[in-house]
Design a protein around this ligand. Structure first.
Ligand code: NAP
Length: 295
């Protein structure tokens, strides 16, 4: 069997176009969704992320507010900025780019963001709301995975799902979303015994570990849908390339469908950040978020 390739890049482009349409409809009601991105320090990778977020936000017709703070900023000054953004009605979403410099406590900083504007979905209030089935802001990467899965499979009800990885930003919210979609969910991690046997149960296998190629063909049930969240930089023959947590060539011979790296989950993350900003703007104005974009 050769797996179908799940085109995350194409799906994300379509999602951004739908978001732009919804943003235009909101603008006709006098509401312009606004996203504030805060970057502390000059980490080159973070600067690229922040620049790309700003470009895509503006392309969707939203307002983009960028706050670039020096690396030696005191935590109190960042908290004061967050308080101003919380109070600003033109700002519907606030994202503080991680990692933060060592003088700052990331949990305290994230905890200072108004949960209704927490478009990264990292605030404990949003984690709790997701866990108990209340409307929540959901972390962008697992939200993107869920959209790809629903697009591919339709109803996920009753399917066996295995999530490898239990981080707060990917693994745990992914498991909550799959549970809410009526899957039977197993979360595996570094202490799990016989990972291969656990993975082979999966109709849906999500790998979010950060270990290049660790999911091999013998760990995959024939016909399974495999979502590769991993982004790993590996150097071969002097060239750096991006690979996922899944051995793509081998697993594609067994799986029913698979996301590539790059071009799979990655492009969904910023598109879902825009979806979350739109959701926050709708909710702030007493409107329901667009169908299929929010939980
Ligand atoms: P993380 O916080 O480092 O968590 C990794 C998880 O993998 C942990 O729960 C860890 O288990 C588990 N793990 C480690 N070794 C394992 C093993 N041998 N067997 C089973 N589980 C193992 O990473 P993360 O932030 O969730 O990110 C995971 C990957 O996704 C990374 O490659 C990251 O770059 C990528 N990522 C991609 C996007 C995107 O936009 N596509 C977004 C976010 C992250 P323990 O809890 O037991 O330590």
């Amino acid at each position: 069997m050769t797996a179908a390739i799940i085109d995350g890049k194409g799906f994300a482009a379509g999602l951004r176009a739908r978001i732009a349409g919804q943003v235009a409809a909101l603008a006709a009601r006098g509401v312009v969704p606004g996203l504030a991105v805060v970057l502390v320090g000059a980490d080159p990778a973070s600067q690229v992320y922040v620049r790309n977020k700003g470009i895509q936000t503006r392309e969707a017709g939203m307002a983009s507010f960028e706050h670039l703070l020096p690396a030696d900023t005191a935590e109190a000054d960042l908290l004061a900025l967050i308080a101003r953004l919380n109070a600003d009605p033109a700002v519907h979403g606030i994202l503080v780019q991680l990692p933060l410099p060592p003088q700052m406590d990331a949990a305290r900083v994230i905890g200072a963001i108004d949960p209704a504007k927490d478009v990264d979905g990292f605030h404990v209030t949003n984690a709790g709301r997701l866990a108990v089935g209340l409307p929540a802001m959901v972390p962008c990467t697992p939200l993107g995975c869920l959209m790809l899965l629903k697009d591919r499979l339709g109803s996920l009800s009753g399917l066996e799902a295995v999530v490898v990885g239990r981080s707060n930003i990917v693994g745990k919210p992914m498991a909550q979303l799959l549970l809410a979609a009526d899957c039977t969910v197993t979360v595996a991690h570094s202490r799990s015994r016989d990972l291969a046997a656990i993975c082979r149960r999966a109709d849906i296998l999500v790998a979010a570990v950060g270990r290049p190629g660790m999911i091999t063909a013998d760990m995959v049930k024939p016909g399974a849908t495999v979502i590769d969240v991993g982004i790993n930089r590996v150097k071969t023959e002097g060239r750096t390339r991006l690979v996922g947590d899944v051995d793509f060539a081998g697993v594609a011979q067994v799986a029913g469908a698979i996301t590539p790296v790059p071009g799979g989950v990655g492009p969904m993350t910023i598109a879902c950040l825009l979806a979350n900003t739109l959701t926050a703007a709708c909710r702030a104005n007493g409107l329901p978020p667009p169908e299929g974009m929010a939980v």
